[in-house]
Design a binder for this molecule. Structure first.
Ligand code: UTP
Length: 288
């Protein structure tokens, strides 16, 4: 299955850091956000990846490209660990790039991939959403897609005060963690929210989503909204919402980026002792 990673957004919420660099390249500990996303796809067996980019996003292409000079220097220095990591990044997947010439919204970004995807089911993973879990989130969605033979979106329970930032589903629970989506509301007010289940950046679509994307008109903010096409999809065809297992961070938000950095650095043995020393270690250090 092909994977589309939209990464052409302007990253306005993360200015000034995103003025001259893509938000998808913001490091979380020592890896750019988009590398976590690509690794999640690869761990789920998906290695045919289309990244939607735009102006100012060249660093993404360079990151996944071969770096002859760096490899040469690392080889000369005998730094085989760093060399292996640099080579792994450049070879883990077949990555194709499509430029979205105008930032006309997430729906429009996905439409840019239509020709490359063709008439096949495909996955969408937002380039700034990281999900931490042993079993990759997109793999969990693919499993449900294969059972239901219908489009699936990742959903998560969000506090009512934060629902206005998301697309929110109206769903009928059909089994543990799985909802049949009956409607969707984009960025609802508390009164408009049909539930507390918000859509996050992981999807598996039947190719019929392209028809709906072509049919809709610009919505909120003059953008082609993916949520509007998904509304048609759930009414005319089928859409399921999977409450996936894992912790999600929206790297495009400053608070979530800090949370992700703290959470992932805690999992790193090489950093944890220095960053989060045990009381005994602090005592040991103060004596020396
Ligand atoms: P966001 O709304 O998070 O992206 O879009 P943004 O516009 O970069 O963020 P802010 O609000 O300005 O800070 C969700 C995803 O859709 C992509 C973004 O890159 C992000 O992965 N996107 C959005 C596009 O690829 N093209 C667009 O025109 C809009």
């Amino acid at each position: 299955m092909k994977v589309v990673i939209p990464a052409a957004g302007l990253g306005i919420r993360f200015l000034p850091a995103t003025k001259a660099q893509p938000k998808e390249m913001l490091p979380v500990v020592d890896k750019p956000a988009i590398q976590y996303v690509v690794e999640e796809a690869v761990e789920s067996g998906m290695t045919d990846i289309i990244i939607i980019t735009g102006r100012g996003k060249r660093a993404i292409e360079d990151h996944f490209d071969k770096s002859y000079e760096l490899e040469h220097k690392l080889r000369e220095a005998g730094n085989s660990e760093a060399l292996a990591e640099v080579q792994r990044i450049a070879s883990m997947a077949d990555i194709f790039y499509i430029r979205q010439k105008e930032q006309l919204g997430l729906g429009h970004a996905i439409l840019c991939a239509k020709k490359h995807v063709g008439n096949e089911p495909f996955a969408v993973m937002l380039g700034d959403d990281i999900v931490v879990n042993e079993r990759p989130c997109i793999g969990q969605l693919v499993e449900v897609f294969e059972q239901m033979k219908a489009s699936v979106v990742g959903v998560e329970q969000v506090p009512k005060t934060k629902l206005h930032r998301y697309g929110v589903i109206k769903g009928r629970k059909i089994k543990e963690n799985l909802y049949k989506v009956e409607d969707l509301v984009e960025k609802p007010t508390p009164a408009e929210a049909p539930s507390d289940m918000a859509i996050i950046g992981r999807y598996v679509f039947q190719p019929e989503i392209f028809e709906f994307l072509e049919r809709i008109r610009p919505g909120k903010g003059g953008e082609i909204q993916l949520t509007d096409a998904m509304k048609l999809l759930c009414r005319r065809k089928s859409l399921y919402g999977l409450k996936f297992k894992g912790t999600r961070f929206d790297i495009g938000s400053k608070a979530d980026w800090v949370k992700a950095t703290i959470a992932l650095s805690m999992q790193r043995k090489d950093l944890a002792e220095e960053l989060y020393p045990s009381p005994q270690a602090v005592l040991r250090r103060s004596k020396t």
